[in-house]
Design a protein around this ligand. Structure first.
Ligand code: ADP
Length: 320
């Protein structure tokens, strides 16, 4: 009998998810599987919103941001009734395993469904790079490059007006985008949730660099830090330098994925299908030392990813 697997995207979208869907579909069909696309994350499993996938159904999506299967959050899936309805959909359609592309929350759901007999393999898809078991998450590179381009544009106008621009990038709990983008854009100061900061230190650095001829400033702030409008006002009050806040927001989630995101998404998805072929579930695929590896979901959720304090120090050492 033909074996069947499903694929879904869940939680926040990220550029490169389409590349992962394409790779799941094509790798699995090549191995002789039937593949079903599940729309709108776990909602699609609960409500039976499914589409039959074939080699051509994933044509022309590789270069597109977003996700062709759509994504959503699904509260019902946190409860037994929702999980049982999802399980029933899988049984009715002969789905033995599912590749779940998403973040930590989606992996928790994948673990719950695995425990009820549907083998699930997670792939890290989130622009924040905040998945502990993986050095890299799908969408991160594209988001950083988009943020960098935007900050470069803001810098042009900040420079023309001798202003300070306080720019908020995404990252509620993780400062990876802020740190890398801060270095790439020559930020005077970078604020991330992982490192405590004081407004006095920012003001002191601005004044010191002003004394050696600097006229415009970029302060790069991760979303989790707080209100950037208030921060800009406070900086202006304490330095006398006109300061403006910009929140980049969802622009960072969209756009055509970079080479890196497309390639890593394709690799991870291919690996996930290999696991399902072996009959292995309750796993998360990750990247460690540039190798694709996999972990037990519970173990993956307990792991800790260190913040790159060395890179953070470098950023501050060279921003003058
Ligand atoms: P992300 O996957 O990006 O971290 P969320 O945390 O919003 O995004 O989770 C996405 C979805 O995963 C949720 O809407 C829910 O359907 C499911 N989910 C999250 N946490 C759990 C949980 N503890 N148990 C079961 N399902 C969960």
């Amino acid at each position: 009998m033909e074996r069947t697997i499903g694929v879904l995207t869940s939680g926040g979208d990220a550029p490169g998810m389409n590349a992962a869907i394409r790779s799941v579909v094509r790798s699995a069909i090549k191995k002789g599987f039937r593949v079903i696309g599940v729309r709108r994350g776990y909602n699609g499993l609960i409500n039976g919103d499914l589409i039959e996938m074939d080699m051509r159904s994933v044509s022309n999506i590789l270069q597109r941001g977003g996700t062709m299967l759509y994504t959503a959050r699904c509260d019902e899936f946190r409860y037994e009734e929702g999980l049982q309805r999802a399980k029933k959909t899988c049984e009715e359609n002969g789905i033995e395993g599912i590749v779940v592309i998403g973040g930590d929350g989606s992996f928790r759901g994948a673990a719950d469904l695995s425990a009820r007999g549907v083998k699930c393999v997670g792939i890290p898809g989130t622009i924040d790079n905040d998945i502990q078991c993986s050095e890299y998450t799908i969408g991160y590179d594209t988001a950083m490059n988009t943020a960098m381009e935007m900050v470069d544009k803001i810098r042009d106008t900040a420079e023309s007006h001798y202003r300070c621009s306080v720019v908020e990038v995404m990252g509620r709990h993780a400062g990876h985008i802020a740190l890398n983008c801060g270095i790439a854009c020559g930020a005077t100061f970078i604020l991330v949730p992982e490192v405590p900061y004081s407004i006095d230190a920012i003001v002191e650095k601005m004044k010191m660099t002003q004394k050696i001829g600097k006229h415009h400033f970029i302060i790069l702030v991760a979303e989790g830090i707080g209100n950037v409008n208030e921060l800009a006002k406070e900086i202006e009050r304490l330095t006398g330098i006109e300061s403006r806040a910009t929140i980049l927001g969802h622009v960072q989630r969209g756009g055509s994925p970079t080479v890196r995101d497309r390639v890593i998404a394709s690799q991870m998805a291919h690996y996930a299908v290999d696991l399902l072929e072996k009959g292995v579930g309750n796993r998360v695929v990750g990247m460690q030392k540039n190798e694709v590896v996999d972990f037990d979901i519970q173990e993956a959720l307990r792991m800790k990813k260190p913040f790159d304090t060395n890179l953070y120090q470098i950023a501050h050492d060279i921003s003058f």
